[in-house]
Design a protein around this ligand. Sequence first.
Ligand SMILES: Cc1cc2nc3c(=O)[nH]c(=O)nc-3n(C[C@H](O)[C@H](O)[C@H](O)COP(=O)(O)OP(=O)(O)OC[C@H]3O[C@@H](n4cnc5c(N)ncnc54)[C@H](O)[C@@H]3O)c2cc1C
Length: 476
Amino acid sequence: MPRLHRRAFLSAAAAICAAPALAATTMPSTQVDVVIVGAGAAGIAAARRIAAAGRRYVVLEAADHVGGRCVTDTRIFGLPYDLGAHWIHTPNLNPLTKLGTRRGLEIYPAPASQKVRVGRRYAREGEMEDFLAAQVRANRAIIDAARRADVACEQTLPKDLGDWRPALEFVLGPYTCGKDLEQVSALDFARAQEREAAAFCRQGFGALVAALADGINVKLSTPVLAIDSRRNVSVETANGVITARAVIVTVSTNVVTSGAIKFTPDLVAGHLEMFGKLSLGSFDHVALELADDALGFESDDLVFEKSADRHTAAILANVAGTSLCLVEVAGSFGRELSAQGEAAMVDFAADWLAGLYGADVKKAVKRSHATRWNHDPLTLGAFSAAAPGWQKARRMLMPPANDAVWFAGEALHESLWGTVGGAWDSGERAGDAVLRRLGGAKEAPGAEALPPVRPKPRAPRSRQQEIGAAPGLFAR
Ligand SMILES: Cc1cc2nc3c(=O)[nH]c(=O)nc-3n(C[C@H](O)[C@H](O)[C@H](O)COP(=O)(O)OP(=O)(O)OC[C@H]3O[C@@H](n4cnc5c(N)ncnc54)[C@H](O)[C@@H]3O)c2cc1C
């Protein structure tokens, strides 16, 4: 059956929680150089920078595990199940690839192509060509429009996409950005770095990120309640107050705007507005354990549907060669579904698969689980996508507030937003900025020698970029 080839086409368009044994709630020395709020990818990356410079620091994490939106569960299905991020984008440039491999984790390339289901069969050659051609045109239209003005992606789409339009809208919007295209900035979409190649970590992407927190001073189950930066910085938690010279806040944009952390002085209205313009979209996995080879999937098959409307999904099947299939629901439809609860999500996934592969699928479903990131109070959504007109907010939030409070995380990356690699880069950047502010390194680290900061080599321009098409974003 024909497959979409990512390199040729799709580049045109995207434990028990694996937590290391870290200290729980006992508070550290109450005075440090830097407090880092949140032990997701950005917080861990920032901490490694600060630690490498020999500065005193602590990472305060509200959850009872590290990883944030990149966490691997092994309890539910007895095998690695990434509850959040799973795809390692641009593995050749992604620092996490090398760091994971050094820790003995297995990283293997994702298949370079995807499939499309048309009702009960796979798309024929000619249908694939139509779909791919429409996709290239849609991407070009978004990029061209973004050169003129930062409008909504939806507004820029060619009018004649025909009956592939709903499928394209799903792939480019909810599946890639977590939001419907009318809510996504064309400039944000266009700036996203090409993510054409991808890889997976057999032990789970979350297990990889957790491994990188080994040796980092993290206090789990320690929510930060308030940050006062009027004189030095004092960070209030349920277990006491810590003073510091600087703080790096890595919580999600939706957590910032929720008011869960009280800032004194108040974040200026402009700051809050910008976080609001980078709000999180909706993206969830409905994980189904299927009886062996029930649907004839190959390992890590990615399948889209030629859908009629927005009530659609994607499948990542036989994850790492196991019997686990992830039905991915996203955007406004995914949000509505997740609001109905896990049972409704599992029902939708089973019905949807039955519509594409026949009613017997339902009999093949063994155990199931659905994530509901919008309802997790420590994230309140999946990943950021800028509102039309607001791509600029990502850069505008990079300078410190009140000269002592830095923000970091996936939302503060101009091209790798919505990814673990972007969160990691952003954390390292904030760590470096704080070190400059504090006057550089204290002494060489005793633990792991970390590499110096070097500008990353630019990816060679692909044919797709040369012809001016959009970044490929289909790895999610
Ligand atoms: C379902 C899903 C699928 C995804 N798929 C991919 C993918 O395939 N590839 C990819 O690269 N990216 C993917 N992403 C995006 C990726 O997971 C995120 O971009 C990245 O993990 C964000 O890291 P972060 O450090 O910026 O934020 P977070 O991971 O959210 O870290 C912030 C931390 O702050 C903590 N926190 C919150 N409030 C407080 C408080 N008051 N006090 C202390 N701590 C607090 C949180 O518990 C959390 O640990 C996906 C995300 C989701 C949800």
